[in-house]
Each structure stands twice: as structure tokens, then as C-alpha cells.
Design a protein around this ligand. Structure first.
Ligand code: 18C
Length: 254
């Protein structure tokens, strides 16, 4: 009995493809853990420091104004609840570079430049130019992970982290390089029907998205804040409806 318990609690982690011997293993894990912890802590407590910049139905977008040496680096967070999709589906489509340009309208191109493992790769992304600023690019690793809940209070989650990185093979002199730390964390809520047959009508996904972006050089603050205010809500609506439409006739990916 005791042995069973040890075994059970010892193996709550689904497989992570990134190998512990990989040079980026620690960085990836540290970021995943920090994002999960931060999500657990905040929201209510930090309420007053976050100002709501958009609210539409269940979608809420908040920012905190922050400038360092005149450069706007406002942290951003958003929450959304979307019916008919799972956290696995949301994270899958957010992570999958093959579909990135189908929903991310702020990107001009996105190319995978290195694979660490099946769940982690680096991509080079050229961002559409916003007048009058110089054009930007971003180089970041993307990691997707299933985090099994450890008890009733900590639910099952899916997470994707996009975190800036370097690669000497991808020169950063053509564009201004943006530095970012982005996380998408999802939880699936199931309301089981009486007949026990779960359909898309019985599921919804609680999404939490955070972005810390340093534009990598001066950009006019008022333009940047106006672009963020318009583009983040637009991205969240466009992306979630993209997922919704993509999966509606497919079997549920739990
Ligand atoms: O998370 C998102 N996307 C992921 C990839 O698919 C990834 C994001 C990477 C890029 C983040 C880029 C932020 C750029 C900020 C600097 C721009 C400086 C411009 C100067 C202006 C004065 O994690 C979704 C990201 C959604 C980002 C929304 C806000 C970004 C605005 C960027 C401007 C692009 C304008 C495009 C306008 C045209 C749209 C039709």
C-alpha cells in the first residue's frame, strides 16, 4: 500500500521530451515553474497595480505601466474563457509553428531555426513594421508542456513559454531585436453531462496569457501603447476563434 502511494506520487509528471542533459533544460524548467507559480500567486492581490485596457465578454486584458530609460516595457496579462475547446488544443495551436502565421497577424514571417527536442524549438520571427519605428524581429525558444495536477486544488494544466534566446547563426543586425517572455497557461473545465458522454458543449478553457516585451530600443511610447492596446485584444480574439474553428469538427484533444 505504502509502496503504491510512493509510486503514484512519484510519477505524476508526464513525459517531457527535453532532456535533462540539454544545456537549456534548467532555463526552460525555471521559466515554466516561475510562470506557474506567478499565476497561482497574483491576480486578486495585485489588482490595483493592473489596469484593465480591454474587456469584452469573458476576455480581460490588463497592463502595468513600466518604463526603463524611456523605453516602454509594460507587462501585460490577459484572461479569457472560451467554450468548446481544451487547454491542450489552445496550447498546441499556440506552440505549433506550422500554423503561427494563420493567426498571428503581427508577424511577417516565422521560421524554425533549431529543435532542442520534440517539445522545444527556436524560431526566428520578423514582426510587421509599425510606422515610424524601425522594424523588429524576435528569436525565442518555445516549449510546450502538460502539467498534471497534484491534487484537487491544483488543476491539470497546459503551458507554452516563448522566451528570447540567442543564436550566433541568426544575426541580429538587420532588425531591432525584441526581447520577450511570454506564457500561455490553460485549464480545461468539464461539466460532465448526465449521460456521461462529453461533447464540446460540456467543455471550456480558462486561459491566462502574460507577456513581458522589451521593444529592444526606443520606440515612441504613445504609439507603442496604442498599438498594444489594439493588438493584444485583437490577437486574443483572433487566436481563440482560430482554435475554436480549427477543432470544432475534430475529436476533443484532452
Ligand atoms: O504571443 C504572441 N505571439 C507569439 C508568436 O506567435 C509570440 C510573440 C512574439 C512577438 C511579440 C512581439 C511584440 C513586438 C513588440 C515590439 C513592436 C515595436 C513596434 C514599435 C511601435 C512604435 O509569443 C502574440 C503576440 C501579440 C502581440 C501584440 C502586440 C504586438 C504589437 C506588435 C506590432 C505589430 C504591428 C502589426 C500591425 C498589423 C496587424 C494587422
Amino acid at each position: 500500500d505504502q509502496e503504491m502511494k510512493i509510486k503514484k506520487s512519484d510519477t505524476p509528471h508526464p513525459k517531457i521530451a527535453l532532456l535533462p542533459t540539454h544545456p537549456k533544460y534548467k532555463e526552460v524548467n525555471d521559466l515554466v515553474n516561475t510562470h506557474l507559480q506567478r499565476m497561482d500567486e497574483k491576480t486578486e492581490g495585485g489588482q490595483d497595480t493592473w489596469q484593465c485596457i480591454a474587456e469584452e465578454g469573458d476576455l480581460k486584458v490588463y497592463k502595468r505601466e513600466l518604463e526603463v530609460d524611456g523605453v516602454v516595457i509594460d507587462p501585460l496579462k490577459a484572461c479569457h474563457i472560451v467554450k468548446g475547446i481544451t487547454g491542450h488544443e489552445v496550447c498546441h495551436y499556440f506552440w505549433d509553428i506550422d500554423v503561427r502565421l494563420d493567426w498571428d497577424a503581427t508577424l511577417e514571417s516565422s521560421v524554425a531555426t533549431d529543435w532542442f527536442s520534440e517539445d522545444t524549438f527556436i524560431s526566428h520571427n520578423v514582426i510587421k513594421r509599425v510606422w515610424p519605428a524601425s522594424q523588429r524581429d524576435a528569436l525565442f525558444w518555445s516549449h510546450i508542456r502538460h502539467v498534471q495536477g497534484s491534487n484537487e486544488d491544483s488543476p491539470d494544466r497546459w503551458i507554452v513559454v516563448n522566451f528570447s534566446t540567442d543564436d550566433p547563426n541568426i544575426p541580429s543586425n538587420k532588425y531591432v531585436r525584441v526581447i520577450m517572455n511570454v506564457a500561455m497557461i490553460c485549464e480545461t473545465i468539464i461539466e460532465p453531462p448526465d449521460d456521461g458522454n462529453i461533447t464540446r458543449d460540456n467543455i471550456k478553457c480558462k486561459i491566462s496569457y502574460t507577456a513581458e516585451v522589451n521593444p529592444g530600443g526606443w520606440a515612441p511610447a504613445s504609439v507603442l501603447r496604442a498599438v498594444y492596446k489594439r493588438e493584444y485584444p485583437r490577437f486574443l480574439k483572433r487566436f481563440t476563434s482560430y482554435v475554436h474553428d480549427s477543432v470544432k469538427d475534430k475529436p476533443i484533444m484532452f
